[in-house]
Design a protein around this ligand. Structure first.
Ligand SMILES: Nc1ncnc2c1ncn2[C@@H]1O[C@H](COP(=O)(O)OP(=O)(O)OP(=O)(O)O)[C@@H](O)[C@H]1O
Length: 267
């Protein structure tokens, strides 16, 4: 057996890390989006935004290889996801941290055991080292005290933090977060935004984030990609403030929701 760890992504990491080329996203019976093309640069935070049902989570599933595009390609470095063999796919998946919508933790395991799970499953660490690493990851998200708690004892914001610690367990260079602040009060959502920025600024993690929250979009996104449900394609990709000023009308309206209602779209 080959004892050398294989690298699905070359080291140092390429930039762009990820390229989507002319993707068509389909679910059974219909096409959701066409002509989706963008690059994710190393260390970038890219927000996927758009109205409910436009296909944001579906796009995210395509980016991590859980769904294959009806047309187009997703490339990591030079590796086309659709052409990755099982070994390459497994290597690539270890380089993605994913927090799905809801960010569910295993309810019968403690928070610490939840974070240790990817470490014991996918790394060479023994139990003690995995525990140390899990404690370190929980400390990173300000949750070290919750190591022995069951998820049911945590608030919504704490659960999200623990789910992010689990997604970060294997030190992935790339993190995918689907609606991490859904259901959180504004203060918890703001502190999650801070955590996301910290992960990028201190660990260099590149992040693809699906969110509806205007405050998060403006707080964390280097660029935001707008999926238009009516046009069935992306109609904008730029820094959110630039989109607010000069983006297409539908995008400006989307981004103005919070500004006119005074609910805090812009800090
Ligand atoms: N496996 C599937 N089979 C059939 N329809 C699906 C499937 N997955 C998603 N859809 C449909 O595709 C559309 C897009 O779903 P998706 O979850 O990607 O949207 P979204 O933009 O993330 O929405 P939201 O903001 O509400 O989470 C929805 O109408 C959804 O019902």
């Amino acid at each position: 057996m080959d004892a050398q760890p294989q690298q699905a992504l070359p080291v140092p990491l390429p930039s762009p890390l990820l390229r989507a080329e002319d993707l068509t996203l389909a679910v059974p019976g219909r096409v959701l989006q066409q002509g989706i093309s963008f690059e994710l640069q190393r260390g970038e935070i890219l927000v996927l935004m758009g109205g409910s049902g436009c296909g944001k989570s579906t796009l995210l599933r395509h980016l991590i290889g859980l769904q294959t595009p009806a047309a187009g390609r997703v490339l990591y470095g030079e590796q086309d996801l659709a052409e990755a063999d099982d070994d390459t796919m497994a290597q690539l998946r270890r380089q993605f941290g994913v927090m799905f919508q809801g960010g569910a933790l295993w309810s019968s395991m403690t928070v610490g055991e939840n974070v240790m799970l990817p470490l014991t499953e996918f790394s060479e660490l023994d139990e003690d080292a995995a525990e140390q690493m899990a404690r370190f990851k929980l400390a990173l998200v300000g949750m070290e005290a919750a190591f022995d708690e069951l998820p049911s004892a945590l608030s919504g914001g704490m659960k999200k933090r623990a789910a992010i610690a689990r997604a970060m367990a294997l030190d992935p260079p790339l993190l995918f977060l689907d609606e991490p602040s859904a259901g959180l009060d504004p203060l918890s959502a703001a502190s999650l935004d801070e955590l996301i920025l910290n992960l990028r600024d201190h660990l260099g993690t590149s992040i693809v984030l699906v969110t509806h929250e205007l405050s998060s979009i403006f707080a964390v996104a280097d660029r935001a990609l707008f999926l238009d449900a009516k046009e069935k394609t992306m109609t904008a990709l730029d820094a959110p403030r630039r989109l607010l000023e000069t983006g297409p009308e539908a995008v400006r309206l989307f981004l103005r929701r919070g500004v006119t209602s005074g609910s805090g779209g812009l800090a």
